[in-house]
Design a protein around this ligand. Structure first.
Ligand SMILES: Nc1ncnc2c1ncn2[C@@H]1O[C@H](COP(=O)(O)OP(=O)(O)OP(=O)(O)O)[C@@H](O)[C@H]1O
Ligand SMILES: [Mg+2]
Length: 276
């Protein structure tokens, strides 16, 4: 069944995975060491959002972050994205310290954030054009990624003419079109209905395989985390720490009715809701 990462429940220390079976030392795409994040909470004083988090990830990993509301999942994603600075510790991407956002990290949020006045194709093209890619080349690449999320034929449609799930697929194509090393996703399917969510989850696994990206994915849904990920990172709140990293060594596609899945889900649920 599943194996578990070595965990230090007190400090939130989590070790990197072992080198790959091929014997070739694996490349760390994300390397977080001793990360603490403190926000200025105004009248509430300082908010210790993350405390001494260590987490490493190899190329092609799919990591889901789960935990109670306010435990620092979004904050962790944003520090990798370069939108939030550490108070202590380091965050490295492909060996380099993160100094701000970059095209090597694509972000997908819950609320799509598409330009309403641009068609699906032109939404996906936007960043490429901004970075000086020729229009015909940008269009060709945008078409390719819209096809990857099964939106070929919808290139000329505006966001208001698309369903929530379709909008989110445009947002995924827009993040992937730069061919980022890392895809950072914050509850991307939380706003769509349960049936569409299932379809998007299956699509996400396909996209992850074909884009060969490393994915960090935040969710409240433990079954979703088990369906998608190679490893589930369970966080505890106030301050946010890593309680455990659970490897999901089950064949894909994972079946929610598989007793192993149910058992893992229960274990993870217990960890999320256990008192700190
Ligand atoms: N910009 C900010 N300024 C001040 N405090 C913040 C800020 N962003 C987050 N926080 C605080 O940091 C803590 C962690 O927040 P974060 O958004 O990372 O949690 P989360 O795990 O993503 O929660 P949720 O599941 O509700 O999205 C919370 O206590 C939150 O109030
Ligand atoms: Mg959040």
């Amino acid at each position: 069944m599943s194996s578990e990462g070595p965990i230090d429940s007190g400090s939130g220390t989590v070790q990197a995975r072992a080198p790959s079976a091929s014997g070739v030392a694996s490349q760390r795409v994300v390397d977080i060491q001793g990360l603490s994040v403190v926000y200025d909470g105004g009248p509430r004083g300082k908010i210790h959002a993350l405390d001494n988090v260590d987490l490493t990830s190899e190329r092609g990993d799919f990591v889901c972050l789960v935990g109670r509301s306010g435990c620092g999942k979004t904050t962790l994603l944003k520090t990798v994205g370069g939108f939030v600075e550490p108070a202590l510790g380091t965050v490295r991407v492909s060996g380099q310290p993160v100094r701000g956002p970059g095209r090597d990290r694509g972000m997908v949020f819950q609320d799509y954030a598409l330009f309403p006045w641009r068609t699906a194709l032109r939404n996906v093209m936007f960043g490429l054009e901004q970075s000086g890619v020729r229009k015909d080349e940008a269009a060709a690449r945008a078409r390719e990624y819209l096809a990857m999320v099964h939106l070929d034929g919808f290139e000329d449609v505006y966001p208001h003419q698309l369903s929530g799930g379709m909008k989110q697929r445009v947002a995924i194509a827009r993040a992937l079109v730069y061919e980022p090393e890392i895809l950072l996703m914050d509850e991307p399917f939380a706003a769509v209905d349960a049936f569409t969510r299932q379809q998007l989850q299956a699509l996400m696994v396909d996209v992850w395989k074909s884009a060969a990206a490393t994915v960090f994915y935040v969710t409240h849904d433990i079954m979703e985390a088990i369906y998608l990920s190679e490893r589930v990172v369970v966080m505890t709140p106030h301050p946010g720490r890593i309680r455990k990293v659970q490897s999901i060594d089950l064949p894909r596609p994972r079946d929610p009715l598989d007793p192993k899945v149910a058992r893992l889900a229960q274990e993870i649920r217990d960890l999320v809701f256990e008192d700190t």
